[in-house]
Design a protein around this ligand. Structure first.
Ligand code: GCU
Length: 426
């Protein structure tokens, strides 16, 4: 798990714009055979082609179906005035009927503002366990693998009491519910542990025959597994009326590796009404061809289990890839998309995230984004201080500070939700 420092010691990131190799982005609006895409209908076909390219070259292939069962574990009606805190168990069932594999149980935490009508929600994976979101002693502690934090908040790879609340700054539940949204979160390690386990544990372990049937280079990495888990959680939201969450108004959010994951979840599951990438960087929102900060070669060395093996071909060879990350963003069109960066997060290449966001706009425009909004995106240049660009369903913001998920990021995302998500409710 984590960085294999020995292997990557020699990597020296480039941060000098003048040393970026010259590159051309693959056109979002042209088929692989060169034909251009000029109608929404043609985009439908190009979208399918693009999705397939990302599956085969970047993330790997997951099944197109899921089987789940939901159990409501507790509903704490007085958790905060006007807010109910629910805990659910979502069992993801083995896909292969004959198998004797036990279901994978994923614990879901949902803080839902009480309302006469179903509310919109933000669903995001967390890094350390649902119990790290705040100090509520009733929150269950994950029993699955956790990263050893070496700060006393874990006991080796086990989550413990001391971890309660340690990630609370990233999960401002009151702010979110005060604005009328449910906050729904799941520990990512419940879905798939974050290390190379040869497809044994987590969701991958539920589908050995499916994985064995794939060419080795297209077998799904962890990001594809986590995204699949997010779809299972959305299935559960749909099926659990008593949650009172409107499944058609769920934004999927993720920070960093989990931002790469939210982009892929938004691409593979069009039910997500809004897609949010926070500091997702390499393999997420940042243009790979810039090779600034973290590169494809470096990420494949440090985290070989995140992507499929075909992605290795693009180590120090980004321009050979048939896709770049603006196309990942475009796969969310015409739904609301937010890309957030931070000034001190050079490793994730804020400018590359901005440029990918900008290069996705032609797809949004083709699908009906008003011309004046498209112009705002086209004419924008990279922000230099904390601010936000809003153009219809597209939002980009830059926060002052480090690689993190902070209140300002949430405020931007909820603002976009107010415009793009809540306005869609009947
Ligand atoms: C590392 C990795 C990034 C990733 C980040 C995170 O820094 O290189 O690609 O986004 O971890 O998930 O925190």
């Amino acid at each position: 798990a984590g960085d294999s420092q020995a292997q990557t010691k020699k990597f020296v990131p480039n941060y000098d714009e003048s040393k970026i190799p010259s590159y051309e982005l693959p056109p979002a609006l042209a088929f692989q055979n060169g034909d251009s895409v000029t109608t929404a209908e043609e985009w439908g076909k190009r979208r399918a082609e693009t999705l397939r390219l990302f599956e085969e070259h970047v993330f790997g292939i997951m099944p197109d179906h899921r089987r789940i069962q939901v159990k409501l574990v507790r509903s704490d009606k007085d958790f905060r005035p006007g807010v109910t805190r629910h805990e659910l168990d979502v069992s993801i069932l083995p896909l292969e009927a004959s198998s004797e594999i036990a279901p994978l149980v994923v614990q879901v935490l949902a803080d839902v503002p009480q309302s006469a009508t179903p509310v919109p929600a933000i669903l995001g994976l967390n890094f350390q366990g649902n119990h790290t979101v705040d100090e509520d002693p009733k929150l269950r502690i994950p029993t699955s693998w956790v990263r050893d934090r070496r700060d006393g908040s874990t006991d080796g790879n086990k989550a413990i009491e001391k971890g309660r609340g340690v990630a609370s700054s990233r999960w401002p539940s009151s702010m979110i519910t005060d604005r009328g949204y449910a906050m729904i979160t799941v520990y990512y390690g419940d879905i798939d542990p974050d290390f190379d386990d040869g497809f044994k544990n987590g969701v991958h372990g539920l589908m050995p025959a499916f994985i064995a049937s794939l060419p080795e280079e297209h077998r799904p990495g962890s990001i594809a597994g986590w995204a699949y888990g997010l779809s299972c959680v959305l299935d559960a939201i749909e099926q659990t009326e008593s949650l009172n969450v409107d499944a058609a108004q769920v934004g999927v959010l993720g920070h960093s590796r989990l931002g790469k994951t939210s982009l892929w979840a938004g691409a593979t599951d069009p039910r997500f009404g809004m897609v949010i990438s926070n500091d997702s960087g390499c393999g997420g929102a940042a243009i790979s061809r810039r090779a600034i900060g973290e590169t494809v070669g470096r990420i494949n060395t440090s985290f070989p289990h995140w992507f499929c093996d075909a992605y290795l071909q693009y180590n120090e060879n980004e321009s050979a890839s048939p896709v770049d990350q603006h196309q990942l963003i475009a796969l969310s069109a015409p739904r609301a998309i937010a890309v957030g960066s931070a000034t001190e997060d050079e490793w994730a290449d804020p400018k590359g995230e901005f440029l990918a966001w900008q290069a996705a706009a032609p797809v949004y425009e083709l699908l009906g984004m008003p011309a004046e909004d498209a112009k705002v995106v086209r004419d924008a240049s990279m922000l230099t201080e904390q601010s936000v660009l809003n153009a219809g369903p597209m939002q980009y913001h830059l926060r002052e500070g480090k690689h993190d998920l902070a209140d300002y990021d949430w405020e931007c995302y909820l603002d976009l939700g107010d415009r793009a998500l809540q306005s869609k409710s009947p």
